[in-house]
Design a protein around this ligand. Structure first.
Ligand SMILES: [Mg+2]
Length: 429
């Protein structure tokens, strides 16, 4: 994401020094989302306003539509949040059909000659436009890379007949409370998954109670709310529940008058513990709490080992031993706790999925009984297992890490298996 400070960059500066805003990604998404269909004109619906534009001469028609129909995408001098983006979108046709040319006030002498040589456009929009553009179109990119299972295959994975499958899906649709995992269900990294917007819209329209649940103890609910906002979803922070909050609630239940902790983790965990009356102590804490984060060091783990060895109780916010990164996997809370357990000879107590405690806390917040609640997740070994432990019907979505062999190899199984959360929404909704 571009540095927000660039939002005040003048037009000429932007032309000389385009902000670093995913040039390659935007170009790729335009290729994927709005492909050239030469000789086969058709109407497409604009993702931003629902208006129709022609496909047949490449991306130029879309750009023409955007520039003509959307305030802020062009000539946005009056908009203080406007950001001029040098996207480098070379036109596939030398003359744009709907004829947008960068206005003269957007040109510099050097950029003018560049435009005439390469037909590149200056793309003008707000930061919100950019975030929406990226998330919306890249969700289609993700959709192309997701494996799609047929209705028959989903029935087989669920070990149900077609009628039984529909009956079970109906049961889920009639639930009052929804506990929803995030990564692999709502998004992959910074990419919104297909069907999520419809699902969230349906939850709100039907006045369902819902809570996003994550084993990640690092972010605060506010940060998670901001993340979804960047992906184009408006969800208030009271709809998020992290393993840090579950850990804090558990420790509060153990020491209602507060206590002391040594934390190896991120601000989201420290903040949650402060909120329930715990203070930090590096000398003789009641608990050593280990959570997610990339700031763990040998010194911190060594201190944790010694404090536990001297009598502090060891708590892990979640048992995950690793997590996905761009470069592969990285050690997670469970791995660091294991190091402390081995070195100190003491066992940790874990919160987070697949323990049922976190789900029970979440259901309490929703105010729904276990029969009125379901959990939707993408992992058999955490989301689905926690549902089994808590006796809350688990829905597996195949948009995340679990593969068919993961489903078939376990003794427990989900209540029903879907491709993604969009399939939970009734067809007529
Ligand atoms: Mg997940």
């Amino acid at each position: 994401m571009a540095d927000p400070s660039n939002a005040t960059t003048t037009t000429q500066e932007a032309v000389r020094r385009p902000p670093r805003v995913h040039d390659g990604r935007i170009k790729r998404l335009m290729e994927l989302n709005f492909p050239v269909a030469a000789g086969n004109p058709e109407k497409r619906e604009c993702r931003w306003c629902g208006g129709l534009y022609s496909v047949g001469t490449g991306n130029t028609t879309l750009r023409g539509h955007l520039n003509n129909k959307h305030a802020g995408w062009d000539g946005s001098e009056g908009d203080p949040n406007a950001l001029h983006l040098g996207l480098g979108l070379a036109s596939s046709s030398s003359t744009p059909q709907t004829g947008h040319q960068p206005s003269k006030r957007h040109r510099s002498p050097s950029s003018s000659s560049q435009h005439s040589r390469t037909h590149k456009k200056q793309f003008t929009g707000t930061m919100a436009d950019l975030a929406h553009l990226s998330s919306t179109a890249l969700s289609d990119l993700t959709a192309k890379s997701l494996q799609h299972f047929t209705a028959k295959e989903l029935c087989q994975l669920s070990e149900l007949s077609a009628d039984e499958y529909q009956a079970r899906l109906k049961v889920i649709q009639n639930k009052k409370g929804f506990i929803i995992d995030m990564d692999g269900v709502i998004y992959h990294g910074n990419v919104l998954l297909p069907g999520v917007k419809d699902f969230i819209h349906w939850l709100k329209k039907e006045d369902k109670k819902f809570l996003f649940l994550t084993n990640n103890s690092a972010p605060t609910p506010r940060e998670l709310s901001f993340k979804l906002a960047r992906l184009g979803l408006s969800v208030t922070e009271d709809h998020f529940y992290t393993s840090a909050i579950a850990t804090a609630k558990f420790l509060q239940s153990q020491k209602p008058n507060g206590g002391t902790v040594y934390v190896v983790g991120e601000p989201g965990l420290i903040y949650a513990l402060y909120e329930v009356g715990f203070s930090m102590n590096e000398t003789n804490p009641d608990y050593v709490v280990i959570g997610e984060g990339s700031s763990q060091t040998f010194d911190k783990i060594s201190k944790a080992v010694n404090l536990v060895y001297k009598g502090a109780k060891l708590i892990g916010t979640n048992p995950d031993v690793n997590g996905p990164t761009e470069g592969g996997i990285a050690p997670a809370t469970g791995a660091f706790c294991a190091a402390v357990e081995l070195a100190s000879g003491r066992k940790a107590f874990y919160l987070g999925k697949p323990t049922s405690l976190m789900l029970r806390y979440a259901a309490t917040i929703l105010g729904t009984s276990k029969d009125e609640t379901c959990i939707i997740g993408d992992r058999m070994d955490t989301d689905i297992l926690s549902g089994v432990y808590a006796e809350i019907d688990p829905v597996l979505v195949m948009s995340g890490v679990s593969r068919p062999e993961d489903v078939r190899s376990q003794a427990y199984r989900p209540w029903v298996v879907c491709n993604g959360v969009g399939e939970v929404v009734p067809r007529e909704a």
